[in-house]
Design a protein around this ligand. Structure first.
Ligand code: CP3
Length: 350
């Protein structure tokens, strides 16, 4: 396959259209975050995490921080997947050091009480952030919007917090399928509107985060994950055909094959548990992929990091691939290791 050089503009968009750009373009999930001293400094000035998400001055600044420092090929807007339930009227707060907390939604009566807020109005600062980012970013930097996939967001809405295995939402799905379907429907519709507005505000591509895809048994995967994500992608593309969508299905395994077979996403993001050398040859050669260095190899640095980078490069060579981690960068990551990773990716031989 023809390899083309990354120095040309908009490398990520070209990969998403199936071009094997080499060296592969690179960005990192959670690239705006606590591993950066400049983020921690801004965070200390801000009221709280959610205030930062809804304050375009902060959100623009921290989105740009990793672009200035490392020149990543994509900027992902600073926000969170949980602003959607918040926009639907669910109480949300981030307890210091504990992660997100929500007042659980568990019955159809709870659902009926949502939508007290106008999501578009509530989320207006996110769109303002994107408009400003598009003006400030270099033209060749792809601007990524995102939202959580309905199942992942629903599992937070039902449990009211992070859970190791999403048990409350899985039990709800078996016990009250109608409640679950109504919640998923609400999230599908809200997400299509939300992503359409993100594209109108300047997002070039969207990543859907199905962080809890691994928890779904075969009978639940189709109705709760694949079909809702397909409806979102098709709904968005019916309105904005130029939008490109990357689906991150964490804990891929056998569910990954079903996602690829379903065929609705422009690209699939692979988590670090997958061996790319084995998995990529099983995927269509023109399907864009993204991933999948173990974030903890990036923490360790040294030989483990170099070998991890080289393994991704060797497996992805000749394919449309975006270099990334297999999940979000963790706060204890030394910034020099990020620079080391990027230098090694960009030195990949054509
Ligand atoms: O990638 C980026 O830089 C863009 C911003 C972004 C954040 N969260 C910022 C954030 C994105 C894309 C997310 C997605 C997100 N949020 C997901 C899906 C991705 C994944 O990790 O699987 C999920 C499940 C959430 C929910 C969430 N937000 C949790 C569980 C937590 C607490 C865990 C933690 O790392 O503290 C958050 C908080 C959060 N979201 C932070 C950031 C930078 C840390 C907040 C802080 O600065 O204190």
């Amino acid at each position: 396959m023809l390899l083309t050089e990354t120095t040309q503009s908009r490398a990520i968009m070209r990969v998403l259209d199936g071009e094997a750009v080499w060296p592969p373009p690179i960005w990192v999930m959670r690239q705006a975050g606590r591993y950066l001293p400049e983020y921690r400094a801004k965070r200390a000035e801000a009221g709280g995490f959610l205030d930062m998400c809804y304050n375009p001055d902060f959100a623009v600044e921290v989105t740009l921080q990793p672009i200035r420092r490392f020149g990543f090929d994509a900027a992902i807007m600073f926000s969170d997947i949980l602003v959607v339930p918040h926009a639907l009227g669910q109480n949300l707060w981030f307890a210091e050091g504990e992660g997100p907390r929500l007042d659980p939604v568990t019955t159809r009566a709870d659902l009926a009480k949502l939508r007290e807020r106008d999501p578009a109005e509530h989320l207006a600062p996110v769109f303002e952030t994107l408009r400003r980012l598009r003006r400030e970013l270099p033209a060749e930097t792809t601007l990524l919007g995102f939202c959580g996939a309905p199942w992942t967001v629903a599992s937070y809405m039902i449990a009211g917090k992070s859970t190791p295995d999403q048990a409350p939402a899985r039990i709800a799905a078996y016990r009250d399928p109608e409640f679950m379907a109504a919640l998923i429907d609400m999230l599908v519709e809200t997400s299509i509107d939300y992503l359409t507005a993100q594209v109108d505000a300047g997002a070039d591509a969207i990543q859907l985060f199905e962080s809890f895809g691994a928890a779904l048994s075969a009978p639940l995967l189709e109705p709760l994950s694949l079909t809702p994500m397909r409806r979102i992608v098709e709904g968005l593309k019916a309105r904005r055909p130029q939008a490109r969508v990357i689906v991150f299905l964490r804990g891929g395994g056998p569910n990954l094959a079903k996602l690829v077979e379903a065929g609705f996403s422009d690209a699939v993001a692979l988590d670090w548990s997958l061996d790319l050398a084995r998995v990529l040859p099983t995927l269509p050669p023109t399907l864009p992929t993204q991933g999948n260095l173990d974030p903890l190899a990036l923490v360790a640095g040294g030989k483990a990091l170099d070998e991890g980078v080289d393994a991704v490069l060797a497996a992805a060579r000749g394919r449309p691939h975006i270099f990334n981690l297999g999940h979000g960068i963790v706060p204890q990551t030394p910034v020099e290791h990020v620079a080391q990773m990027i230098a090694r990716v960009r030195a990949a031989q054509v």
